[in-house]
Design a protein around this ligand. Structure first.
Ligand SMILES: Nc1ncnc2c1ncn2[C@@H]1O[C@H](COP(=O)(O)OP(=O)(O)OP(=O)(O)O)[C@@H](O)[C@H]1O
Ligand SMILES: [Mg+2]
Length: 152
């Protein structure tokens, strides 16, 4: 696990930009962390890094927002309102397996709600730290963090 200090909103966005510029199609980012920890902010950075100009808003009610304007598609999900059983019904694997979906980056807020996980993913836990700052704890499972210049 790698820990990154995020002193302000811009730092969270910058981490996302790094992801958006470097990750390959099929990458899954599982975002965990309390309410207001910075998950959507990070995804907004990913959108910027991909070259998406449309504004990225939280899909709390829509469940999934798709952006196809950038280098590769961005699929932004928010599972906050769902029970694990309901998540199963979404067939999320069609996103990371690229079945009937153009492969892209899949960013999932409230990934704690997932009853099953892909074989490879980046897990980013955003944590409230002192004086209103944040910390990101990043774990790469069966994938490389080094392309992001983030070394374990
Ligand atoms: N590193 C940081 N330091 C201080 N504030 C930050 C940092 N990163 C993001 N924020 C701020 O935290 C607030 C909440 O961010 P955001 O909406 O991205 O959180 P979230 O985890 O998506 O929340 P939710 O759980 O409601 O989906 C925003 O005002 C954002 O600007
Ligand atoms: Mg959010």
């Amino acid at each position: 696990m790698t820990t990154i200090f995020l002193p302000d909103t811009k730092a969270t966005q910058q981490l996302g930009i790094n992801f958006g510029k470097n990750l390959t199609a099929g990458s899954v980012i599982l975002l965990e962390g309390d309410l207001g920890a910075g998950k959507t902010t990070l995804v907004q950075g990913i959108g910027q890094g991909l070259g998406i100009t449309e504004s990225i808003v939280s899909p709390t009610f829509t469940l999934i927002n798709e952006y196809t304007e950038g280098r590769i598609p961005l699929y932004h999900l928010d599972l906050y309102r769902l029970e694990p059983q309901e998540v199963t019904g979404l067939n999320l694997e069609s996103y990371w397996e690229g079945i009937e979906v153009t492969p892209g980056i899949i960013a999932i807020e409230w990934a704690e709600r997932m009853p099953y996980l892909p074989d490879s993913y980046l897990k980013v836990c955003l944590i409230h730290a002192e004086n209103g700052t944040r910390q990101a704890e990043i774990t790469a499972v069966n994938c490389e963090l080094s392309i992001l210049n983030i070394y374990i």
